[in-house]
Structure formats: structure tokens, C-alpha cells
Design a protein around this ligand. Structure first.
Ligand code: BGC
Length: 381
């Protein structure tokens, strides 16, 4: 068994060296007639939607960085429409892009596009969201998604007073009524966020400190298709009717994304939350969208997660250039992201929890937002 494994490994390594010697890397090799490492040419960048700010920021940053490096960029947004994204990628392949950077809508819907890309020797980088069920994903750049979930749950526990911001035990006792929301199940990240968050909350659920009054504790029950704010608002309204019409109160909500948090907040406000008698419960989030940062500054939303899209874009560009130069891009994780066919080598970035008292140090001092944007809750265009 051992020997067999070693033989397979050795064969794999020999192949890697052989490919490296040719100046290529399978799908990552330069096309015939092109000099490996030559600049210029077009890079295809497929983004999911413009309804959430982060993807606009990601698209802009990737485009700007690649253009500064001498590439042309075909940047497309798909309006969260799966067939539209497939078509956009098909067109990029037909056009002969040198490399594809893809933030997928449905991580399982792109196998045929990726096969066509591989057949045309176009390497593929999965951006932020893993593309599943395909061997033709060369690299993955993202944040440590399980850690993001852990941070979301941590912020909720801090809001409830069960933990202090430094992670030590808080003074609150509970029991607290908490409701759980998850992201879109077609996005591989949703289950990673959930896994990280539930692992953190589970001991508190097990000892009765946290009670999920609706009993909706499965990801399928908590999921929010396409991360939609309206869908989350509707579910929160339904939860209030079904589990809280006996006069009991919601003490906290786990939310995986700021848009979802805003939907939850609207439902709670419409039900009379946000007063001294019935305070707004702590609600987590993600992406530090400007509207939510203002809500945090105003004490309405409790926290969010900051994932610096500038850093992710820079990482995508570094990895793209390595591949285009026939090198192996540097990975810092080679075991977490199994896409169902292979473990995709990944580069994971770190995220931070944003609370009211660190908005300035994390978001303003780093130049992500101006103080005026935080005050108005609107990004200057
Ligand atoms: C991203 C999150 C984002 C969510 C909704 C996820 O794949 O990682 O940053 O909040 O999609 O757009």
C-alpha cells in the first residue's frame, strides 16, 4: 500500500518536473507561439453580481491591477443569473483570453465551461468561491472561510456578553434565544461559514445557554438562496410569527452577510425591536458593506467581517502572473478545499471582525472607506 502510494507520488512529481521544464503547467501552459511570461493579452474576469458592493470592489481592483501590469481585461457581471455567467465564460473562451478569474454563482454549474477552457489551454483561477466538480481549476484564492464563520459566531457571542472581544469568558449567563441564518447553498462558501460558526456556538447550544427557539438548526432550513436580503427578511418575519408570538424575544441572530443582516433588521424593526423596552438584538454580518458599517456605527447592527477585497484582488493577480509565467503559484493551503474531484491548491487570506469601536482603525485608517462615507452610509462613486 505504502509502496504503491509512493510510486504514484513519485510519478506525479516526475510529471510536475517535466511540465515545469517545458515552462508550462498543464492547463497553465502558455499557448503555442506565445512566450511564457509575455505580457499583454486579455484576462477574462467573471463576477457574480453588482447587487452587492463587494463584487463591484473586487472587479474594479482586479481590473485595475491587471491593467497596470499590461493586460487587457474583459470584466463581466452576470446579475446572479447562472446561464448568463456560463455564456459570458463561453464567450471569453471563444475570444481567446489567456486566463480566467471566476467568482462563480453556482459552484457546480461550470464543469463544461472549464472543460472547454482546459481544451483551449486557458488556466482557471477560482476567485473567492470554489468551483466544484471539475479537475480544471488550477488555483483558488479566497479568505479562510471557516475562520470567517468562527468570527461571525464570536461577534454574536460578544454581543450577547457570553464572550469578551479578546475571546475570554464574558459575564452574561443566558439563556438566550438565538436564530440562525446561512448563505446560498449553491455557493461553496456558505457551508464553510456555517461550519465555522456552528462549531463555535455548539457548546453554548449543548449546555442550554443558547436556545434556537424555532428549532431550525439545519443549514437547509437556515439557507438564503442567492444571499437575498428580501428572502432573509421574509424568513425572519416568519420566524417571529411562528416562534415568538408568545411574547418571548429574539436575543441574537447569526447572519452570514450584511445584506441578509439588513433584511433581518427590517423584519425586527417592523416588529417593534430597536426601542429601550425591546432593544435590537446583536446581529452579525460579513463584507463590511458601507450601509452596514453605518448601522454598526449607529449601534443597530452589532458587527460585520472585513475581508479586504484589495488584498484578494492583489493575490489573484500574483497567482495569475505566476501561472502565466509557467510557474507554480504559491499556495498556503493544500488540504482544505476539495472540490469533489481534487483538492485545489489555495491561498487563504485573513479577515477581521468589525465592531463599532474599531471601524476607524480597520476601515478608515486603511483607506477602505473615508470617514465621510462611514458617516453617510454611502460610498462616494
Ligand atoms: C462571499 C461573501 C459574500 C457572499 C454574498 C460569498 O461567497 O465570500 O463575502 O458575502 O458570497 O455575496
Amino acid at each position: 500500500m505504502r509502496t504503491k502510494k509512493f510510486a504514484v507520488l513519485a510519478a506525479g512529481m516526475a510529471l510536475t518536473f517535466a511540465l515545469a521544464a517545458c515552462g508550462g503547467g498543464g492547463a497553465g501552459s502558455a499557448k503555442a507561439g506565445e512566450t511564457a511570461g509575455a505580457k499583454g493579452g486579455t484576462i477574462g474576469v467573471a463576477m457574480p453580481t453588482q447587487t452587492s458592493e463587494r463584487w463591484i470592489a473586487d472587479g474594479k481592483a482586479v481590473k485595475k491591477g491587471l491593467e497596470a501590469d499590461g493586460y487587457k481585461v474583459d470584466l463581466q457581471y452576470a446579475g446572479d443569473d447562472i446561464p448568463v455567467q456560463s455564456q459570458q465564460i463561453d464567450q471569453m473562451i471563444t475570444k481567446g483570453v489567456k486566463l480566467l478569474i471566476i467568482a462563480s454563482i453556482d459552484g457546480k454549474a461550470l464543469s463544461s465551461q472549464l472543460q472547454a477552457a482546459a481544451d483551449a489551454h486557458i488556466p482557471v483561477i477560482a476567485y473567492d468561491r470554489l468551483i466544484r466538480d471539475s479537475k480544471n481549476v488550477d488555483f483558488y484564492v479566497t479568505f479562510d472561510n471557516e475562520k470567517v464563520g468562527d468570527q461571525q459566531a464570536t461577534s454574536l457571542l460578544v454581543g450577547l456578553g457570553l464572550l469578551k472581544a479578546d475571546g475570554s469568558k464574558g459575564t452574561a449567563k443566558g439563556p438566550f434565544n438565538v436564530e440562525l441564518f446561512a448563505g446560498s447553498l449553491d455557493d461553496n462558501n456558505a457551508s464553510f461559514f456555517w461550519k465555522g460558526a456552528i462549531a463555535k456556538l455548539q457548546p453554548f447550544i449543548d449546555d442550554g445557554t443558547i436556545v434556537v427557539k424555532s428549532k431550525q438548526t439545519k443549514i437547509e432550513q437556515a439557507a438564503t438562496l442567492q444571499w437575498k436580503q428580501e428572502t432573509a427578511q421574509k424568513r425572519m418575519e416568519d420566524l417571529l410569527t411562528s416562534a415568538y408570538s408568545d411574547g418571548s424575544k429574539v436575543d441574537g441572530v447569526l447572519s452570514p452577510y450584511d445584506g441578509i443582516s439588513r433584511g433581518i433588521i427590517t423584519a425586527l424593526k417592523n416588529d417593534g425591536y430597536g426601542t429601550t423596552a425591546k432593544p435590537m438584538p446583536p446581529i452579525s454580518g460579513q463584507d463590511s458593506e458601507i450601509a452596514s458599517v453605518k448601522l454598526i456605527a449607529d449601534g443597530v447592527q452589532f458587527a460585520s467581517i472585513f475581508k479586504d477585497t484589495r488584498k484578494l484582488a492583489a493575490q489573484a493577480i500574483t497567482s495569475s502572473k505566476a501561472i502565466l509565467e509557467g510557474k507554480t503559484p504559491v499556495a498556503n493551503d493544500t488540504k482544505s478545499y476539495d472540490n469533489g474531484v481534487k483538492v485545489v491548491p489555495s491561498f487563504l487570506l485573513k479577515s477581521d471582525i468589525v465592531y463599532k469601536d474599531n471601524i476607524k482603525s480597520l476601515l478608515v485608517d486603511s483607506g477602505y472607506y473615508t470617514a465621510a462615507e462611514v458617516a453617510s452610509g454611502q460610498a462616494a462613486s
